[in-house]
Design a protein around this ligand. Sequence first.
Ligand code: FES
Length: 64
Amino acid sequence: MYVCVCNAIRESDLRAAARGCRGDAADLYASFGQMPQCGQCLDEVEEILIEERRFARLPVRTPA
Ligand code: FES
C-alpha cells in the first residue's frame, strides 16, 4: 500500500527505512531522495516512525 502517493513510497519501504532512521519524517523522505510534497501523509509517516522505534526499543520522539 502506498502511504505517500506523491512520492510513490510504500508502507513496507517506509517501515524498513524507519528502522534505520534517527531523524524525523523529513529525514525519512530524504533517505528515499524525496521530500514531502502535499504533506497529507506526514501524520501517518510520523506514526510509522514511532511504531518502528517502539518495536526496536529505540527512543521515541513525539512530533511537536
Ligand atoms: S502524499 Fe506524501 S507528500 Fe503527498
